[in-house]
Ligand binder design. Structure first.
Ligand SMILES: Nc1ncnc2c1ncn2[C@@H]1O[C@H](COP(=O)(O)OP(=O)(O)OP(=O)(O)O)[C@@H](O)[C@H]1O
Ligand SMILES: [Mg+2]
Length: 328
């Protein structure tokens, strides 16, 4: 069974005015996306890609220049879209003179919760983010990771169904990141939908069900993490010893092989070819030490996509310049 669409983004564009003289900044161009209930969705992109702008539009803090977006079938311009939504903004700051519990009480008050509700919910969410012992401590004593966990507790206070997190692990060390990742997984297991903005690819790779890559305001890829790229299977085959003769014979038969220090790196269109290479090596009496599939990380594929996109944009600009020069 596929889960229902809970967030729908339909052809959203957003431009910002750059003052009197300059051109407008196109922060988003025709972005369309659907996010399913219960998923952890990761929006990836380099700095300035438009991630925060998209989240602000979904939260009704910015209105789109064109297009439409809805949460739970309510237009995002309608406050009912945010009835069950929690938000952890990027680079958030809490006053350091407040304890974790005082801070939660302040935010609970802002969202109209009763004081008895605030009390019981605060204890519950602090437990959820593993901060139960720290509620009465001034937040100036918190580490960056604890501050982010407190931010998460704030986002969870109103028992949201959807949680928007804008760079939740920015500036947090690897242990703190791991803790935050574990919390997100446990929220998913409780049926929450999570919309995560991040430029930390490894993170997104390890927890997200679906990923979209945004570059210069344009969505360049959407899909499940595994299917993000059509990667050819690649193997490192290490042999005991390869003579010059062996190397030429392998290169003649397997033209795309790269051979360095007795190691053959080879990518295939189909998996059967690795068996052909093994047969060939064995029939040439070459002894094989190891065969290791090379894992291509989301980071590699992300870099390739962004580089490809930038190269295409540069080519287009060059072609436009050429055309302009010819017309002069
Ligand atoms: N209020 C604003 N006024 C003018 N330009 C803006 C405004 N907000 C964002 N921008 C511009 O829109 C583009 C997208 O910015 P945005 O903050 O959405 O990117 P981002 O992907 O969140 O980047 P980061 O990874 O650095 O957080 C950038 O060029 C930014 O300078
Ligand atoms: Mg941002």
């Amino acid at each position: 069974m596929t889960n229902q669409t809970i967030i729908k983004i339909d052809n959203i564009s957003k431009s910002f005015r750059r003052g009197f003289s300059g051109n407008d900044i196109k922060a988003l161009t025709d972005v369309s996306l659907e996010i399913s209930s219960g998923d952890i969705f990761g929006l990836l992109g380099p700095n300035g890609a438009g991630k925060t702008t998209l989240v602000k539009i979904l939260l009704g803090a910015l209105s789109p220049s064109s297009g439409f977006a809805s949460i739970n079938n309510f237009d995002v311009a309608d406050s009912r879209a945010r009835n069950r939504v929690g938000f952890l903004p990027e680079n958030h700051r809490f006053p350091e003179y407040q304890t974790g519990l005082q801070m939660l009480s302040f935010y609970g008050g802002l969202s109209g919760m009763s004081s008895s509700d605030i009390k019981s919910k605060s204890t519950e969410v602090l437990r959820l983010v593993d901060m139960a012992k720290w509620g009465d401590t001034d937040s100036k004593k918190y580490t960056k990771g604890m501050m982010q966990r407190l931010g998460l507790a704030q986002a969870l206070l109103n028992d949201p169904e959807i949680i928007f997190l804008d760079e939740p692990t920015d500036g947090v060390d690897p242990i703190g990141r791991r803790e935050i990742r574990d919390i997100l997984k446990s929220l998913k297991s409780r049926g929450k939908t999570i919309f995560l903005n991040s430029h930390l690819l490894a993170e997104v790779e390890s927890i997200c069900d679906k990923v979209a890559i945004l570059n210069n305001g344009i969505l360049i890829k959407v899909g499940p993490v595994e299917g993000l790229t059509t990667i050819k299977p690649t193997y490192d085959v290490t042999c005991t010893e390869l003579t010059d003769e062996n190397i030429s014979a392998i290169k003649e038969k397997f033209q795309f092989a790269t051979i360095t220090d007795n190691k053959i790196e080879i990518s295939f269109d189909n998996e059967e070819k690795i068996n052909q290479l093994i047969d060939f090596l064995r029939s040439s009496s070459i002894s094989i030490n190891s065969i290791i599939p090379v894992k291509i990380s989301l980071e590699d594929s992300f870099m390739d996509l962004i580089k490809g996109d930038r190269a295409a944009a540069t080519d287009q600009a060059a072609a436009a310049n050429d055309a302009e020069a010819q017309n002069e």
